[in-house]
Design a protein around this ligand. Structure first.
Ligand SMILES: *Cc1c(COP(=O)(O)O)cnc(C)c1O
Length: 395
């Protein structure tokens, strides 16, 4: 058996392979530079064009581009009317921004445990967490696998609860043949460099609801409302202060150029996931991700779970050993309710969400991004097998 790099052996790779990486080509650069050379660099015509194109792609009426996915979540929560005293239900297995956005609005994030297989929020757990104060549900399409939107929408509809889908992982994913974007009341996208397409920083809210769309545009621009009046063109009113959540035109030019490559990016991500599945499924110590028959997942990340009961060591050591092999593994995510703020402010504690916590103890994210070569993919598989075999429980 080959000696592990962490034990002084030769690493599988000589350079670190990151878990995610953007793809920027000359066409992308030219598109951004063209705007930079023009007279208009902040929010302008490219923002409108990008919004229209993403909306068309996702099959939804309206899109509002903002400065980040976090800003998109914040704006969506605000226009959904989430405020002091309210509760909003989300999953503990998400990036902190999902729950933070609820906190920005003065409300309490209430977590509902995840399903063991898809790792998405469990609709039955949502039902258990509903109260008269529940204003919204924020499902997250974890790793690019759409949440159980049909069940979640059914729960929400009968109670006039707003559903804000955090699809930061899931641009291009499908649920029962429909692209995500028009399934929830509002759908959030992020264009951070590790996401499916990037604008550097950026985000978007998709909706079929015209009123939400108008309110979102006001919110992203300080809360400025222009009313028809004869008071002059400088005249506007603020009823509720908004934020400066604008995105720039050169970022949106980049986004438009990236969008043209989205289908190829998704195909490559799915191709890599299929290779991982084929090679890793044969290892008893590893659980590979599932894909429900109702969905097409787009693999923002590829997470495996270690069956630590079959190993002589824990996740932390395996993680370190893989890093030593120069495989840039990561962990998505530490459950939100375990962060100090959420424990101190809302009284959450370890043990509150057992399925999420167990997943977290066993989870490792393997590198996956469209520009990975077949050699990179082989290196990852080789390193995982090498490390897992070394720590295999001898029976
Ligand atoms: C990336 C991400 C966000 C935040 O997006 P930013 O654009 O980085 O602000 C929110 N939710 C989830 C689940 C994400 O992965």
């Amino acid at each position: 058996m080959k000696r592990l790099a962490i034990e002084g052996g030769v690493p599988v790779r000589s350079t670190l392979l990151p878990y995610g990486h953007h793809w920027i080509d000359d066409g992308d650069i030219a598109a951004a530079v063209e705007v930079l050379r023009s007279d208009w660099i902040t929010q302008g015509p490219k923002v409108d064009e990008f919004e229209r194109k993403v909306a068309n792609y996702c099959g939804v009426k309206y899109a509002v581009a903002v400065s980040s996915g976090t800003a998109a979540l914040h704006a969506a929560c605000a226009v959904a009317g989430i405020s002091t005293g309210d509760e909003a239900i989300t999953t503990p297995i998400t990036f902190a921004a999902t729950a933070n956005a609820v906190v920005y609005c003065g409300a309490k994030p209430v977590f509902a445990d995840i399903q063991e297989d898809t790792l998405n929020i469990d609709p039955r757990e949502i039902e258990r967490k509903l109260t008269s104060r529940t204003k919204a549900i924020l499902p997250v399409d974890f790793a690019g696998h759409p949440a159980d939107l049909e069940e979640i929408m059914a729960i929400a509809r009968s109670r006039k609860i707003v559903v804000i889908e955090d699809a930061s992982h899931a641009l291009g994913a499908e649920y029962e043949g429909r692209k995500i974007g028009s399934l929830a009341d509002m759908t959030i996208l992020s264009f951070h460099p590790v996401k499916h397409i990037t604008t550097g920083e950026g985000g978007m809210i998709l909706t079929d609801n015209e009123e939400f769309c108008e309110k979102l545009k006001i919110f992203r621009h300080h809360g400025i409302v222009r009313e028809k009046s004869d008071n002059g063109s400088w005249y506007y009113k603020i009823y509720n202060p908004g934020y400066n959540f604008r995105i720039t035109d050169f970022q949106c030019a980049l986004g438009i150029s990236q969008l043209n490559k989205l289908n190829r990016f998704i195909e490559r991500r799915r191709e890599i996931a299929t290779k991982y599945n084929a090679e890793l499924a044969e290892m008893d110590e590893i659980l590979i991700p599932v894909e429900d028959k109702r969905v097409k997942a787009v693999y923002h990340i590829y997470t495996i779970q270690l069956k630590t009961e079959l190993l002589t060591t824990g996740r932390k050591e395996i993680f370190k050993a893989l890093r030593a092999e120069n495989i840039g593994v990561s962990v998505h995510y530490m459950p939100i309710h375990l962060h100090p703020f959420y424990q101190q402010k809302f009284g959450y504690k370890k043990g509150d969400y057992p399925t999420a916590e167990e997943y977290y103890e066993r989870a490792i994210t393997l590198p996956l991004f469209p520009s990975m070569s077949d050699e990179d993919v082989k290196d990852v598989i080789k390193a995982v097998k090498k490390v897992v075999r070394r720590y295999r429980e001898q029976i």
